[in-house]
Design a protein around this ligand. Structure first.
Ligand code: FES
Length: 578
């Protein structure tokens, strides 16, 4: 007799590995004895795979090795059988040219691992930028129940009485060094002050934006996304995630039951209301497509016009960091400020409705999570641009840009690739002024390759020394969520495949008009057609290996940069079935 509300052993997917009367099951049981487990410890229990992106090279995930023990504790206590699987780590700081090149590889690894092993449900442990979408994309395609455990932000940085934000202050002080404002001695001190504990970047960068999006989607324990990585509450949250996944297996609630169109609309609302990273646009579109939901750039722009930015967290906000956001109420507090903009009747991993999940949530500090009447910005933080330079769209985080540049016409200074830009940006012969528009091409999904975060192009040293701190910059690259400036990003189609960005010449006038959502190259169509006739594609970046697969399969930014064959709907045979 199975207890009410629980699956019987025969109803579990893992039963096909362990419970049938055949040679294979006999072998699997024998090998589990070899692992040191008694039959009564695991037979008939939901098998939970804990996918852990821990690694010695990844400071954002270095605590996840320990944290997996708390997840296991929760799984055991709820009557499950936990098994930890190491998976690829995507470290934003160390992986070149960019971990974005490998997001889809981790997604494939996640999907195939969950499908091929005796798994009933999964706990996904990640947080450093690309790991969140990669794990969720793979788990969505695998079609099993899953819970996400966000790595949590690191503690705030400190230097000489100032609070430092990841990335944001690194760029700021690097520019100060180039401008001669500070020297090597200060930089050495900053090295020890910027990142002082395990955990992901503690600004509202890509990591915090995406873990918040995961919480808004409903795939984490409530309040999980802002718990500092080293807070003991993070252990408790991990244990709760372990308990939750066992319940989800018994309920039969798959990740795809939670990742609905309504959930993605709420995630878009959340990202924009947090003033989050532009990277979220690409990743949410990719995740949605894996869940069979059509999400477009236009959804972001439409929602952006209706959602105020309420999170006063750097770099979109002025003042605070993720620890402040957490103690001000975290994501439940933030969501409690916008219930009329949410779809409250949809399920989450912990509750039957989002309404139940955020019932009782409150904001404890109105300066960190602003009331609707006193927003950080009246509109969402990201605008989608169209025009003859970006027929398939481009994005700008206008709340992190200098207001006087949001409507600007200036002459282009074109760099054909990142290395050329690095070599020549300070060359006086380029005659760059504060009115110039810096253009970087061949930095998109195929051209980068991997669409590296080159989009916040450095300003020329002579302008920094004159006190210039922002200019219009446009590219087919991405930008770190911790970056800032008037940077137009994700231009699609990218220049490498012949998008109009490939046709721009130094001296051409470019007009950016954020209010009207346009980006225009002020060159007539006949001249552009002449340039196009003479354009030749750059050489292929990878001729073999994973890079060649990536080149063949990667889609453009406006459709999420997934692989064609992974985004495509279609049945996949579950191995236990045959
Ligand atoms: Fe990992 Fe920023 S480097 S989140």
């Amino acid at each position: 007799m199975k207890p009410p509300g629980k699956k019987s052993p025969e109803q579990l997917r893992s039963h096909h590995w362990y419970g049938t009367d055949g040679l294979r099951s006999f072998s699997h049981r024998a090998r589990t004895r070899q692992l040191g487990y008694l039959p009564e410890e695991h037979l008939g229990k939901p098998v939970v795979a804990i996918l852990n992106t821990w690694s010695d090279i990844n400071p954002c995930h270095v605590h996840l090795r320990d944290r997996a023990q708390a997840v296991k504790r929760g799984v055991w206590q709820a009557g499950g059988f936990p098994l930890e699987f190491p998976v690829s780590t995507l470290s934003e700081t160390f992986q070149k040219p960019t971990p974005m090149l490998y997001r889809n590889l981790l997604a494939m690894e996640t999907e195939e691992l969950l499908r091929s092993y005796p798994v009933d449900g999964a706990v996904l442990m990640g947080g450093c930028d690309k790991s969140t979408p990669a794990l969720l994309m793979g788990a969505a395609s695998a079609g099993l129940p899953a819970v996400f455990v966000p790595a949590g932000p690191m503690l705030p940085g400190h230097w000489r009485g100032e609070t430092l934000g990841s990335g944001t202050d690194m760029w700021k002080y690097w520019d100060d060094r180039r401008a001669g404002v500070i020297g090597d001695c200060e930089m050495q001190e900053l090295e020890s002050g910027l990142a002082r504990s395990p955990g992901h970047c503690m600004t509202m960068g890509t990591a915090s934006t995406l873990t918040a999006a995961a919480e808004a989607l409903g795939v984490t324990v409530p309040g999980a996304s802002s718990i500092p990585a080293v807070d003991s509450g993070h252990d408790r949250m991990a244990a709760k995630a372990g308990m939750t996944i066992v319940e989800l297996v018994h309920k039969g609630r798959k990740l795809s039951d939670v990742l609905t169109a309504e959930a993605f609309q709420d995630a878009v609302t959340t990202v924009l209301g947090l003033g989050g990273s532009t990277n979220a646009v690409i990743h949410l579109i990719a995740m949605a497509r894996r869940a069979g939901v059509e999400l477009t750039l236009d959804d972001f722009d439409r929602v952006a016009r209706t959602v105020p930015v309420l999170a006063n967290v750097r770099p979109g906000g002025r003042t605070y960091l993720m620890e402040d956001f957490h103690f001000a109420g975290g994501l439940p507090g933030f969501l409690s400020r916008i219930p009329d903009l949410l779809r409250l009747e949809r399920p989450t991993v912990c509750h039957d409705t989002l309404r139940e999940q955020i019932a009782g949530a409150r904001v404890h500090d109105d300066d960190v999570i602003r009331p609707r009447g006193n927003p950080v910005a009246p509109e969402g933080g990201v605008a989608v641009l169209r025009g003859n330079l970006c027929p398939d769209g481009a994005v700008i985080k206008h709340i992190a840009a200098a207001p006087h540049l949001l409507r600007h016409t200036g002459p282009a200074v074109v760099f054909d690739d990142y290395r050329q830009m690095q070599r020549t940006i300070d060359d006086p012969a380029l005659d760059i002024t504060a009115d110039s528009v810096l253009v970087l091409r061949n930095a998109g999904p195929k051209g980068g390759p991997g669409m590296p975060e080159y989009g916040m192009l450095p300003l020329p040293e002579h302008l920094l020394k004159q006190g210039v701190r922002d200019m219009v910059r446009i590219s087919d690259a991405r930008m770190s969520g911790t970056s800032y400036g008037t940077c137009v990003l994700h231009i699609a189609p990218e220049s490498y495949v012949g998008g109009p960005l490939a046709l721009v010449r130094t001296g051409d006038l470019i007009t950016l008009d954020v209010e009207n959502r346009t980006l225009r190259l002020e060159v007539d169509d006949a001249e552009l057609a002449r340039r196009r006739a003479r354009w030749t594609p750059p050489p292929v970046r990878h001729e073999r290996g994973y890079g060649a697969l990536y080149h063949d399969q990667i889609t453009q930014a406006d459709t999420g940069c997934d692989f064609e064959f992974l985004a495509r709907p279609g049945a996949v045979r579950d191995p236990y079935a045959g």
